[in-house]
Design a binder for this molecule. Structure first.
Ligand code: UAG
Ligand code: ATP
Length: 491
C-alpha cells in the first residue's frame, strides 16, 4: 500500500522531507531500490548504508531514511535505522501478522526441526493451503517451497513473506526466529500468537557479547507473546524463562515439566515415546526421526500445538506421518536397495558432528559408520581440528572434503581438519562429489554413511565461485550410477 508523507511521518515519528509522490516500497539495499521507493541507510557491521545513497537515488529513491543527516540529500533522520526499516516494512505489508496466527520458535539448536514438526501438525489440522513456514532451510507458502537465504530475513523480507502468505490464503505460520532476527529488529512489527523455546547453548557471542545478553534477546520473544508459551525444562535457560515469564509452561524429561517425556525407545527407523500432558492425557508418539534431541523437538512442538487447541488424535497421527526434515538426519531413499543408509545432515561444528555420529552409531549397530565432512572457510578456524577429532572418535572411516571454502584454499582447510584426526582411518578427497562417491563405494549392507555439513543447502561457495551442490541430489545421482554400473557388471 503506497504511503504518503503524512503516513511515513506517522510511522517513523519524525519529520519527513516533502515527497513528490507516495512511496511504493522500502528496502535497506540500494541495489533493490525501485522508482519512488524508500531507502533506509543502515549503519552495518561491515559497511555504511549512507555510502550507497547515490546508488539508491540513481535507482529512483525519493525518500532516504538514516540515523544522521546526509549532506545534500533530504533525509528523514530517525533514532534507529533498523527500527525504522521494520516499521515501514510492516506498514507497507499492511501489518500481515495481525491477519495470521504466527508461531515463533527460538533457541540455539532445534529451531528448524521443531518448526517443521509444528508445520506438519498445522498442515494436518488446517490443510496445506492454509499453512506457511519460514526457516533456515525453506520458505513454504501453501504448496510452494523455496530455498531460504537466512533463518530470519531482514524486516522487508519477513513482512513481505507474511503478506504473501496472507494474500495466498494462509492462516497459520511457523516463523523460525533467530537471535539475530530479534536483536537486529528483523521481526519487529510481528504479532506472535504462540512461542516455543528449545534451548540455549554457547553460540553467536560475537553478536551478543555474553550468555546473559544472548538469553535476554531470546527472552524478548516470550515477552512479546500474549498466547501460549512453552519452554524446555531440561535446559537451564529454558527453566529460568518459565520462572521469569508468566504463563510459560514447560516440556522435557524433568519430573516437574508440564509436558513430560518418558519411555523413549527406538523401533526400527522410528522413535517412540510417551508425552504426559496436562489435560490431554498420556500420548504415545511414534516419529520418523532419530536422536534424543528430536524427542525434545517433537515434544515442544506437540505441546505448543495442544496448547493452541489441536486435538491429541490429530497431533498423534500428524507427527507419525510427518516427512523428513530437509538436511537434518535426512535419509536418502535411494540407498535402501543397497542395504545401507546414507544420511545428509547440516552438522557443521564438532558438537553437531558428534551429535549426528552418535545417532548414526546407534543405527549402524555392529556395522560401520563412514563420515564425509569438511570445515567451512572464512570463519571459526578453531573448530577445524576439533571436527577432525570428533569424526575420528565416532566414525570408523572419515573422509575429509570441502564444505563452503569461500575465499580460502580448500586443501589448506582440509589440512587443518586432518591435524586433529586419526590418520589411520582418515583420508582427504578435496572434491566433494568424489569424496561422497568414495564413501558410497566403501559402504556395505548395514553401514551408515553420514554426509555432513551442508544439509539442505543447494550451493557450494568456492574460491573459484559458487557452484550448485545439494548433497541429497548428489548422493542420489551417484547411487543411480552405482546401480547402473553394478547391473552392467552382473549382466
Ligand atoms: C551479522 C549480521 O547479521 N549481519 C547482517 C547485517 O549486516 P551488516 O549490518 O553488517 O550490513 P553491511 O553488509 O555492513 O551493509 C550495511 C547496509 O548497506 C547495505 N548495502 C550494502 C551493499 C550495497 O551495495 N548496497 C547497500 O545498500 C546493506 O543492505 C546493509 O543494509 O545486515 C545485512 C543486510 O541486512 C545482512 O545481510 C547481514 O547478515 C549476514 C549476511 C549474516 O551472515 N548474518 C547471519 C550471521 C545471520 O543473521 N544469521 C541468523 C541465524 C543465526 C543462527 O541462529 O544460526 C539468521 O537469522 O539468518
Ligand atoms: N533440541 C536439540 N538440542 C540439541 N541439538 C539439537 C537439537 N535439535 C537439533 N540439534 C542438532 O542441531 C542440528 C541443527 O538442527 P536444527 O536445524 O533443527 O537447529 P537450528 O536451531 O534450526 O539450527 P540452524 O539455524 O543452524 O539450522 C541438528 O543436526 C542436530 O545435530
Amino acid at each position: 500500500m503506497p504511503l504518503d508523507q503524512t503516513a511515513v511521518a506517522r510511522v517513523l515519528g519524525v519529520d519527513v522531507p516533502p515527497l513528490p509522490r507516495p512511496i511504493v516500497a522500502v528496502t535497506h539495499d540500494s541495489r533493490a531500490v525501485v522508482p519512488d521507493g524508500a531507502f533506509v541507510a543502515i549503519n552495518g557491521f561491515t559497511s555504511r548504508g549512507s555510502d550507497f545513497v547515490p546508488q539508491a537515488l540513481a535507482n529512483g529513491a525519493t525518500l532516504i531514511v538514516a540515523e544522521a543527516p546526509i549532506e545534500g540529500v533530504p533525509t528523514a533522520v530517525v533514532p534507529s535505522d533498523r527500527i525504522a526499516l521494520a516499521a515501514l516494512a510492516t506498514e507497507f505489508a499492511g501489518n500481515p501478522s495481525h491477519d495470521l496466527t504466527v508461531y515463533g520458535i527460538t533457541g540455539t539448536n532445534g529451531k528448524t526441526t521443531s518448526s517443521y514438526v509444528l508445520h506438519a501438525i498445522l498442515t494436518a489440522a488446517y490443510g496445506e493451503s492454509a499453512t506457511g513456514l519460514m526457516t533456515t532451510a525453506e520458505i513454504i507458502v501453501g504448496s510452494e517451497h523455496e530455498t531460504a537465504i537466512r533463518t530470519t530475513g531482514e524486516a522487508p523480507q519477513v513482512q513481505g513473506n507474511l503478506a504473501r502468505m496472507r494474500d495466498a490464503g494462509v492462516t497459520h505460520v511457523v516463523l523460525e526466529t533467530s537471535s539475530h532476527g530479534i536483536h537486529l529488529h528483523r521481526v519487529d512489527g510481528t504479532r506472535y500468537a504462540a512461542a516455543l523455546f528449545t534451548n540455549l547453548t554457547r553460540d553467536h557471542l560475537d553478536l551478543h557479547g555474553t550468555m546473559e545478553d544472548y538469553y535476554l534477546v531470546k527472552r524478548r520473544l516470550f515477552e512479546w507473546t500474549a498466547g501460549p508459551k512453552l519452554s524446555n525444562a531440561d535446559d537451564v535457560y529454558g527453566a529460568r524463562l518459565a520462572t521469569e515469564i508468566e504463563g510459560t509452561l514447560t516440556f522435557g524429561l524433568a519430573a516437574e515439566a508440564d509436558y513430560r517425556i518418558s519411555g523413549e525407545r527406538t523401533e526400527g527407523t522410528r522413535t517412540v515415546f510417551e508425552l504426559h500432558t496436562p489435560g490431554h492425557g498420556d500420548l504415545t508418539l511414534s516419529i520418523p526421526l532419530l536422536g534424543d534431541y528430536n524427542v525434545h523437538n517433537v515434544a515442544g512442538a506437540a505441546g505448543l500445538a495442544l496448547e493452541m487447541g489441536m486435538s491429541p488424535q490429530l497431533l498423534t497421527s500428524a507427527v507419525s506421518e510427518m516427512a523428513q526434515v530437509p538436511g537434518r538426519f535426512e535419509r536418502v531413499p535411494a540407498a535402501q536397495e543397497f542395504g545401507f543408509e546414507v544420511v545428509v545432515d547440516y552438522a557443521h561444528t564438532d558438537i553437531g558432528l558428534r551429535a549426528v555420529l552418535d545417532v548414526a552409531r546407534d543405527v549402524a549397530g555392529d556395522h560401520r559408520v563412514i563420515c564425509v565432512f569438511g570445515a567451512c572457510g572464512a570463519r571459526d578456524k578453531d573448530k577445524r581440528p576439533k571436527m577432525g577429532a570428533a569424526a575420528s572418535e565416532l566414525a570408523d572411516e572419515a573422509i575429509i572434503t570441502t564444505d563452503d571454502a569461500y575465499n580460502e584454499d580448500p586443501a589448506a582447510i582440509a589440512d587443518e581438519v586432518y591435524a586433529g584426526a586419526d590418520p589411520r582411518h582418515t583420508e582427504v578427497i578435496i572434491d566433494r562429489r568424489a569424496a561422497i562417491d568414495a564413501a558410497l563405494g566403501q559402504a556395505r549392507p548395514g553401514d551408515v554413511v553420514v554426509v555432513a555439513g551442508k544439509g539442505h543447502e543447494t550451493v557450494q561457495h568456492l574460491p573459484t565461485g559458487d557452484v550448485p551442490f545439494h548433497d541429497t541430489t548428489v548422493v542420489t545421482e551417484l547411487l543411480t550410477a552405482l546401480r547402473a554400473s553394478s547391473s552392467a557388471t552382473t549382466d
